[in-house]
Design a protein around this ligand. Structure first.
Ligand code: GN1
Ligand code: MG
Length: 362
């Protein structure tokens, strides 16, 4: 590990390396020096089985973070180091280091005095909605052709359904038979859930740069509990606005956990849903009528897609997500599916809430 850290241009002599238990994909560590006020760092081993073009991925992050810094500067914001992630280059000027075993590493400056939440209050959801609305405004003018798709078809529901069908046909882990009811439930909903993808393909729903992983814990709050920085920029790419709206609701407006073992804990938290929608729509005033009409569907769609993805990984024998026990992907599948069912029950209210706070830009 020391050899890896030595490749980067760090200001601090590192004395502690602490592994973090976050994320399902990459491995993360905090690097600290002797003194509390030393600059500290966030080291990640990038999962290159999933992010196959690490160079392209890192370039994306550089483009997005440089763009955000420029925008904030123009707006007169001074605490830039709290607002935008800063990559550290290697001593030979690269945005990542590839070690002798073929692992890829990157380092960000650690943003101190911040924290994230797995569960938030309606007040914080309102502020977070505004923060994501601002974020979407700020990234809207990044020339989309500069970014690569760090994971092709990442939020393409049609593609995800096809992957599930393939996994079911191959049934490599022999798990289909006992779970086939789930496959039926998911296939039954496929047409409705693939509709936005079709609308984008046909040019009806605009493709916009999205974060594509707007989990509630991907936003950092400062010590006054104000949202300050959106992190985990691995999947910034073109999608429909449903992606980011929906993924936030999937994670924040759920009374249970993503993998809750007790399905009765899981329901839609309408207070959070409402506050976030209000905040987001106050800022994201660029949305078209069709996007607004489909926003509530986005919440269902992201729960659906996550159910499909967890289930596909379960059928494939757990090759994608990190798991803590052999049935973890099945537990996640059940929990996400329950959330989807609850969203289906509350769908009308969810649509009404979007309507209530909508400002149509066309
Ligand atoms: C993965 O690694 P993490 O937790 O940031 C996944 C997301 C899923 C999420 C489910 C690259 O994100 O798409 O929504 O797990 N990231 C990738 O919690 O697949
Ligand atoms: Mg992520």
């Amino acid at each position: 590990m020391e050899n890896i850290i030595n490749q980067f241009q760090l200001k601090t002599e590192i004395v502690n390396i602490t592994p973090l238990k976050i994320g399902h994909i990459n491995d993360s560590f905090i690097l600290t020096g002797k003194n509390d006020d030393d600059e500290s760092y966030f080291l990640q081993r990038i999962n290159h089985n999933i992010f196959k073009d690490v160079e392209g991925l890192q370039n994306n992050i550089k483009i997005v973070t440089d763009h955000l810094r420029k925008k904030y500067k123009e707006a007169g914001v001074t605490d830039l180091s709290q607002r935008v992630l800063q990559l550290i280059e290697t001593k030979d000027g690269k945005l990542y280091h590839k070690d002798n075993e073929g692992n890829y590493w990157r380092i960000y400056i650690n943003i101190k005095n911040t924290h994230s939440f797995d569960a938030i209050t309606p007040e914080l959801a309102y502020e977070t909605g505004k923060a994501f609305g601002d974020f979407h405004n700020m990234i809207a003018d990044i020339p989309a052709n500069l970014l690569i798709d760090s994971i092709p078809n990442f939020h393409n529901v049609e593609f995800r359904v096809q992957q599930m069908k393939d996994a079911a046909n191959e049934n490599v882990a022999g798990r289909l038979q006992k779970t086939v009811w789930m496959l039926d439930e998911l296939l039954r909903r496929a047409d409705e859930m693939c509709l936005p993808q079709k609308l984008m393909r046909e040019g009806e729903l605009p493709g916009r740069i999205n974060h594509c992983d707007t989990k509630v814990n991907n936003i950092l709050f400062n010590d006054k509990d104000e949202p300050c920085c959106i992190v985990d920029l691995d999947t910034m790419m073109i999608s429909t606005v449903l992606s980011d709206f929906g993924d936030f609701m999937r994670t924040a407006a759920n009374t249970g956990a993503e993998d809750d073992i007790n399905l009765d804990n899981i329901d839609v938290n309408l207070g959070i849903y409402k506050s976030y929608t209000k905040g987001y729509l106050e800022k994201a005033t660029f949305l078209t009528e069709l996007e607004l009409d489909n926003l509530a569907l986005g919440a269902k769609m992201l729960s659906y897609m996550q159910t499909v993805r967890f289930y596909t990984d379960y059928l494939n024998g757990d090759t994608y997500y990190k798991i803590q026990h052999p049935e973890h992907n099945w537990q996640r599948t059940l929990a996400q599916f329950r959330l989807l069912e609850q969203q289906e029950k509350k769908y009308e209210i969810m649509q009404q809430i979007v309507k209530r706070y909508s400002v149509i830009s066309e």
